[in-house]
Write a protein that binds this ligand. Structure first.
Ligand code: MBD
Ligand code: FE
Length: 283
């Protein structure tokens, strides 16, 4: 219903801002940045803005609409959403371009650390009768040299069959569709979950206003989020996608890579199986 979607859209923006504030101490990490670097980056960003204003002959009315919109993005708590949808993909590419192992992609705004542990062969927390096609996923976590990574951990989180994330939409149990899977010596796992639905970013907030004003759509393809970690290896943040999703080629968040599209197999009992493992780069 429109009313419950509106309620959850407003809530998810504010929750994502709270989540960000709780987990990251961003200024600490860059406190030794030399002024030359700040100067260079700030000048280039502003330069791109000046070029746009000159080339597009931006008017005062448009400038004032921008000011009002930027103020509202903050009031809606949608800065994490805006930055993760329209900026993070380029940061992620630069951060991981040296890797020889698995492709990764953006984290997005809805990760919560310390999801409940389910073991190497486990079912993600879900409601009784959780809707969606049951999905059995196996694979192995290895290093780039092929060694199985004992004690690797997979953190998995994803939307439900209606496209909503626990802790960011109301009325969903706290850890629904969020789980941690710590692997044994063979680095192997078998995870049971359900297939998520395509996800529409909130349309009733400031990001939605930009999307409507620009004539864009608000959709991301269905996806599973993961963080995969192992001692002595770089943390992998990725998402897995499903073949044939109409938004794989026009994800609003530009986060789909061909290496991250699964090859699921439909079983006779209506469930789906998929084999996909991860290759981590040594630190
Ligand atoms: C999501 O679920 C997501 O993964 C991203 C990147 C942005 C908004 C919602
Ligand atoms: Fe997501």
């Amino acid at each position: 219903s429109t009313a419950s979607e509106a309620a959850s859209a407003a809530a998810s923006g504010a929750s994502a801002t709270e989540r960000f504030a709780a987990d990251k101490s961003p200024f600490e990490a860059v406190k030794d940045t030399p002024p030359e670097r700040v100067d260079s980056i700030a000048k280039r960003v502003l330069g791109a803005v000046y070029d746009t204003i000159r080339e597009e002959k931006v008017t005062y009315d448009e400038f004032n609409a921008l000011k009002a919109w930027l103020i509202q993005v903050g009031k809606d708590g949608e800065w994490p959403l805006f930055l993760d949808v329209w900026v993070e993909h380029e940061v992620e590419k630069v951060a991981t371009e040296h890797r020889e192992g698995n492709k990764g992609t953006i984290e997005g705004p809805y990760y919560v650390p310390e999801a409940p542990e389910q073991g190497a062969n486990g079912t993600i927390p879900m409601r009784e009768g959780e809707s969606g096609t049951p999905l059995t996923w196996h694979g192995t976590v290895t290093s780039t040299d092929g060694t199985a990574l004992a004690g690797a951990k997979i953190e998995l989180w994803h939307a439900d069959a209606d496209g909503f994330y626990s802790q960011f939409a109301p009325g969903i149990p706290e850890w629904n569709l969020r789980g941690s899977f710590t692997l044994g010596d063979d680095g192997a796992f078998e995870i049971h979950t359900i297939q998520p639905a395509p996800y529409q970013i909130p349309t009733d907030g400031s990001c939605g206003k930009l999307i409507a004003a620009a004539g864009w759509h608000a959709w991301r393809p269905a996806h599973l989020h993961v963080k995969v970690s192992a001692p002595g290896h770089e943390l992998l943040t990725a998402q897995l996608y499903f073949p044939g999703d109409e938004h794989n080629d026009d994800d609003i968040a530009s986060a789909v890579k061909p290496e991250l599209v699964l090859a699921p197999v439909a079983n006779e009992d209506g469930t789906v199986s998929v084999d996909y493992g991860f290759v981590l780069d040594p630190v």
